[in-house]
Design a protein around this ligand. Structure first.
Ligand SMILES: NC(=O)c1ccc[n+]([C@@H]2O[C@H](COP(=O)([O-])OP(=O)(O)OC[C@H]3O[C@@H](n4cnc5c(N)ncnc54)[C@H](O)[C@@H]3O)[C@@H](O)[C@H]2O)c1
Length: 443
């Protein structure tokens, strides 16, 4: 099938590449000429495990193309995906300007019947807006070309995106025409080898499903973080509580590790957008609002622990940071807890030495650009030299079983603060290391 994917970011690039891998002819479009130039030279603008190999392979096989020219891309397409960003607007709602700009271009440029699929995360009712914008452009052209609108929210996780896309646990398709359902099933069928996992529904329910899924996961995280904070106050161990409740199948083990709060490109903005969607429709979403508040506070818990240990004024102290990305397996730092922790420490006069296997460029060029007193190093052990304590913020595998003797001898004081969503089973007290973790303080 000929497909166009508009927006070549995390979602667009991964989806486009995976569709190409299944034998489709895919053109990925982006308005960023530099991004497209890089992609056409075989330089992949983001880090996502396995993505580079798949892109290079499919480009070589003539299944995957990159362009800034939407007109050419739409020429032979049966399906076009909208996968542009829907960032948080000033008032917290999803900013639809990119989606609606793309809709307008589609209406201006399409030459034959087209299925327009919204893969971006968008508020309920956006499909109607996209439809109206396209129809308006077609009317201006005095053409009666047909088109279908589909909502196909994306559930991939950065860091495991290829696997998630290739082996989805469900594909949600919201449509209102049999033709659209049929074509979408045709496109996705190769991804299901044993049994299909299509969930078909009306468009509004599909749009809402994405927000409901992210809000549920964010709720689990904030819930557990709140429990962990209470555990510390009452002298309980949040990890034991986690195991105690996770064993209940109705609760489950996933997403209940205490940590420094959720970040990333999706949870923060989607939780906020959902409260806005509710508000605009006359409903006060109290639980979802609280989830966000708990998370905002949680991002500073590690910094507060450091202040409690070293004092309000951190001038003269150096902290070694392991982990900048919002989670392992990605270079994405959008809303990463590391940004908040580092800024708070620097504000109090501290110096930072930081290491991350993938996200250092993102930090330097965007998220910590202009923040003084940060030095980036290429090795995790180098950041410990002259540092007063180690602060762990991303659960990269290479931090799971470090050389504690080395940590102890390199640090000025053998102190670790751990904000990862992970539980360390090492007995660090026995190793002479002071270990401060969210949910429990072990001295
Ligand atoms: N990143 C994730 O893990 C994830 C997961 C599921 C859903 N989503 C949703 O998918 C959408 C895209 O997210 P992302 O992380 O891939 O965003 P991104 O910012 O990485 O990529 C968006 C791309 O769209 C391009 N773009 C903007 N306007 C354009 C236009 N008019 N024509 C062509 N290209 C244009 C940008 O240049 C950019 O390259 C968002 O709605 C997001 O909420 C993201």
């Amino acid at each position: 099938m000929n497909i166009t994917v508009i927006g070549s970011g995390y979602v667009g690039l991964v989806s486009g590449t995976c569709f190409a891998e299944m034998g489709n002819r895919v053109t990925c479009v982006d308005i960023d000429p530099l991004k497209i130039k890089k992609l056409n030279k075989g330089i992949i603008p983001i880090f996502e495990p396995g993505l580079e190999t798949l892109i290079l392979k499919n480009v070589k096989n003539n299944n995957l193309f990159f362009t800034t020219e939407l007109r050419d891309a739409l020429q032979n397409s049966v399906i076009t995906f909208i996968a542009v960003g829907t960032p948080m607007g000033d008032d917290g709602s999803a900013d639809l300007q990119y989606v609606l700009t793309v809709a307008k271009s589609i209406g201006q440029l399409m030459q034959k019947r087209l299925i327009v699929v919204d893969k971006s995360t968008v508020p309920v009712g956006t499909a109607d807006k996209v439809k109206a914008v396209i129809q308006k452009e077609l009317d201006l052209r005095s053409t009666d070309l047909q088109f279908d609108i589909v909502s196909n929210p994306e559930f991939l996780k950065e860091g495991a995106a290829i696997d998630d896309f290739m082996k989805p646990d469900r594909v949600v398709i919201g449509a209102d025409s049999e033709f659209a359902f049929k074509k979408m099933k045709e496109l996705y069928s190769p991804f299901f080898r044993s049994h299909d996992r299509f969930i078909t529904m009306d468009i509004r329910s599909a749009e809402m499903t994405k927000y409901a899924a992210n809000a549920m996961l964010a709720t689990k995280i904030s819930f557990m973080n709140e429990i962990a904070n209470i555990c510390e106050k009452v002298g309980a161990d949040a990890n034991q509580v986690r195991i105690g409740i996770g064993s209940d199948q109705r609760i489950g083990y996933s997403f209940i590790y205490p940590g420094a709060g959720y970040g990333g490109s999706c949870f923060p903005k989607d939780v906020k957008a959902l409260t806005k969607i509710a508000e605009e429709n006359g409903y006060n979403a109290q639980l979802i609002t609280a989830v966000e508040k708990v998370n905002d506070a949680q991002k500073l818990v590690i910094a507060q622990k450091i202040v409690k240990r070293f004092g309000e004024d951190l001038k003269g102290f150096v902290f070694g940071i392991w982990g900048l990305a919002f989670k392992p397996g990605t270079d994405d730092m959008r809303e990463a807890p590391s940004i908040y922790v580092i800024k708070e420490l620097v504000k109090r006069g501290a110096q930072i030495k930081a290491y991350d296997p993938k996200a250092v460029n993102e930090a330097k060029e965007h998220y910590l650009k202009g923040v003084k007193n940060i030095e980036y190093l290429d090795s995790k052990y180098d950041v410990l030299k002259d540092s007063d304590a180690l602060v762990l913020l991303t659960d990269w595998k290479e931090f799971r079983s470090p050389n504690f003797e080395k940590i102890k001898t390199k640090l000025k004081m053998p102190i670790i603060f751990d904000g990862r969503n992970q539980y360390n089973t090492f007995n660090l007290k026995e190793k002479g290391i002071e270990y401060n973790q969210i949910g429990k303080i072990l001295k």
